[in-house]
Design a protein around this ligand. Structure first.
Ligand SMILES: Cc1ncc(COP(=O)(O)O)c(C=O)c1O
Length: 377
């Protein structure tokens, strides 16, 4: 008779094999055909960064209180600083970008409404069906490659007639994750916002990587955020904080948003430890996003040189490329301690971030060259 512990371990192993449970990336799970001391280069996402020593110190030194009572001084400082940067009356701290987006959408819509958004947008594809489950709204995708224009909005507006669900919100994702970190062009955004306003629609910005867009285009983040009723930004992506997103909005909407955040389970207590990391990130990790962008360009150019099919030119910190045999590529790169996620059959996304240096990019190219020698594309 097996012990309970052994049965639990066997159940866990079966769940990992069936893909229902994630297996952590460790020396044990990455095959060891190559030297054990080979550095793992993790290009799966900019969410994998670890807090720097200075950020850890800021976390340790944080002054905290109960944020549900509004008494955490560090959260309050972060929210004020972020409001300034985004040019909004108020911001609220959330535990995740998903909750930030969905709480914002909840305040902008009523059940049955239609939200117009880009193809492959995060709020539809990667937030676990939250928009329909939590707000009862439908998301209709428009445009292509992460962007759309005023005509797309106009053509997809439902008439104000009893058969049709009311179209009430336009949501923009900037930069666009699945379009490879693409920046939403400013002139298109202007036309979209004007058309949306004229039709009485509200506007939401999924700005998980808004600071990447701002740095890449040398634009004030407040200028990009200006037309939107609600703007979410993530501290836990390129900015390198462990947890946290913010929604910027008007004072009036922030009051409602606070209630929705509580309802969705996002009221946090001594969240100042997270806010301290966020403040540190806003102070020290925004300008340096330019290094990630330069590294992405370096990586894309190198990939092209060794014969990989890069899709478009990286505008920020992501490189999308193609390799037909998805599984063979994943296993050959993992064997070489190189982690890159597929984002579709034969399509991959490599993301540069705080923990990837220019020399890591050179090393990545060396390992990719070896992969291509083993399995030519
Ligand atoms: C564009 C975009 N929006 C929202 C999110 C959600 O953020 P989180 O993972 O913190 O829920 C992500 C996450 O990758 C994202 O890429």
């Amino acid at each position: 008779m097996q012990s309970r512990g052994t049965r639990t371990k066997a159940r866990r192993r079966r769940a990992v094999r069936a893909g229902r449970l994630c297996r952590p990336i460790t020396r044990k799970t990455v095959p060891q055909r190559y030297p054990g001391n080979m550095k793992v280069i993790d290009l799966r996402s900019d969410t994998v960064t670890l807090p720097t020593a200075a950020m850890r110190e800021a976390i340790m030194a944080a002054e905290v209180g109960d944020d549900v009572y509004g008494e955490d001084p560090t959260v309050n400082r972060l929210q004020e600083r972020a409001a300034e940067l985004l040019g909004k009356e108020a911001t609220l701290l959330f535990p995740s970008g998903t909750m930030a987006n969905q709480a914002a959408l909840h305040t902008l819509t009523r059940p049955g409404d239609v939200v117009l958004a880009s193809r492959d947008c995060h709020i539809l594809k990667y937030e676990s069906g939250a928009a329909s489950a939590l707000s009862g709204v439908q998301i209709k995708t428009i445009g292509a490659d992460g962007i759309f224009d005023a005509a797309d909005v106009r053509e997809n507006l439902h008439p104000d007639e009893q058969h049709f669900a009311p179209t009430t919100v336009v949501a923009v994702e900037n930069t666009h994750n699945m379009a490879g970190g693409r920046v939403f062009p400013a002139d298109l955004l202007e036309g979209v916002a004007e058309t949306a306003r004229a039709a009485g629609l509200r506007l939401h910005l999924d700005g998980a990587r808004l600071f990447n867009a701002a740095v890449a285009t040398e634009t004030d983040p407040a200028r990009i955020a200006e037309p939107f009723d609600t703007v979410s930004v993530c501290l836990s992506k390129g900015l390198g904080a462990p947890v946290g997103s913010l929604v910027g909005t008007s004072l009036e909407r922030a009051h409602e948003l606070r209630r929705i955040r509580k309802r969705f389970g996002g009221g946090m207590r001594q969240a100042g430890f997270l806010a301290a990391a966020g403040l540190h990130a806003l102070e020290h990790h925004v300008e340096r996003l330019a290094e990630d962008h330069a590294n992405a360009r370096l990586l894309a150019e190198g990939m092209e040189r060794i014969g990989l099919a890069v899709v478009g030119k990286p505008e920020t910190n992501m490189v999308v490329f193609e390799f037909q045999d998805t599984m063979a590529f994943v296993s050959a790169t993992r064997e070489r301690q190189l982690l890159i996620n597929p984002i579709g059959p034969g399509r991959f996304r490599a993301v540069t971030h705080l923990d990837v240096s220019a020399s890591d990019v050179e090393e990545t190219l060396e390992r990719l060259r070896a992969v291509l020698e083993e399995i030519p594309c």
